[in-house]
Ligand binder design. Structure first.
Ligand SMILES: C[S@@+](CC[C@H](N)C(=O)[O-])C[C@H]1O[C@@H](n2cnc3c(N)ncnc32)[C@H](O)[C@@H]1O
Length: 251
């Protein structure tokens, strides 16, 4: 998304209708959101009532987090935001870029989830973390969970997800990740969508250049942004993620 001319981003535009089928919001995101909520309460140095979800996409995390916080969502894609609003009509959503956005208000907590993968240049990565810092009240917490780090990246990892809608539409999502040059801070994600509607097969695809940074880079950039950094793990079946809980000083 941030490397002009390279990414197709159809999942966030004309194929955004597929996003609700790729993982059920109420069941598959609930456990992770409870983990996020627990970390926020464990690390915050102030009462937490408001949360900004940066890169909120179709609002699956928002659906779970709004039980605990007054949630605002921010995303670049109008199509994804339309889904997030339909799912969460009581929440506020803003269309903006995580690298440059300044909403003119601060929150007690910020979440940056899978969307940070789209920061595929060091300058964009640093800018997005600065945006999170700028939107936190002193003593507030940023929770950020990278999809992968240099240490956890698995070359040619390929995953398949099957989904079926009540109206009979079936979709197979096939996602492959590949790093052509492990010396740089980017990798490629290629997604095939096998869409069967009324017995007809349509094959669509996406190709993204995403960012991958070492744990040391994460730690250093977060500290240089102005955070006190705490590190933990989140286990989702066979997949393990590093989660950073980052406290903004000043309280
Ligand atoms: C996989 S989706 C996030 C899904 C989300 N976690 C949910 O709960 O539904 C990734 C999102 O990152 C957003 N994104 C990518 N680059 C962005 C940027 N520069 N600023 C804001 N959002 C961005 C995309 O528009 C997309 O909606």
């Amino acid at each position: 998304m941030s490397r002009e001319g390279q990414d197709t981003c159809r999942l966030y535009t004309d194929l955004a209708w597929l996003w609700p089928m790729w993982g059920d919001a109420a069941t598959e995101y609930a456990h992770y959101c409870q983990h996020v909520t627990d970390l926020i309460h464990q690390h915050a140095k102030r009462p937490v009532t408001s949360l900004l979800d940066i890169g909120c996409g179709g609002g699956k995390n928002v659906l779970n987090l709004k039980r605990h916080f007054n949630v605002t969502g921010l995303d670049l894609s109008a199509s994804m935001l339309a889904q997030a609003k339909a799912f969460n009509p009581e929440c506020k959503f803003v269309q903006d870029d995580m690298r440059t956005s300044r909403l003119g208000r601060a929150f007690d907590a910020v979440l940056m989830d899978d969307a940070i993968s789209h920061m595929n240049r060091r300058t964009d990565f640093e800018a997005a973390l600065l945006t999170a810092h700028a939107h936190l009240n002193p003593g507030g917490v940023l929770i950020v969970t990278p999809d992968v780090t240099t240490e956890t990246f698995q070359q040619n990892k390929t995953s398949t997800t099957l989904a079926q809608r009540d109206d009979g539409v079936e979709v197979v999502f096939i996602e492959n990740v590949y790093d052509p040059d492990p010396a740089d801070e980017q990798y490629e994600a290629t997604i095939l969508y096998l869409i069967r509607e009324n017995g007809c097969l349509r094959i669509e695809s996406d190709h993204w250049s995403l960012g991958v940074f070492s744990l040391d880079t994460w730690r250093r950039v977060l500290r240089e942004t102005g955070f006190e950094v705490y590190e933990g793990n989140y286990n989702a079946g066979e997949d393990q993620y590093v989660t950073f809980a980052c406290v903004k000083a000043g309280c």
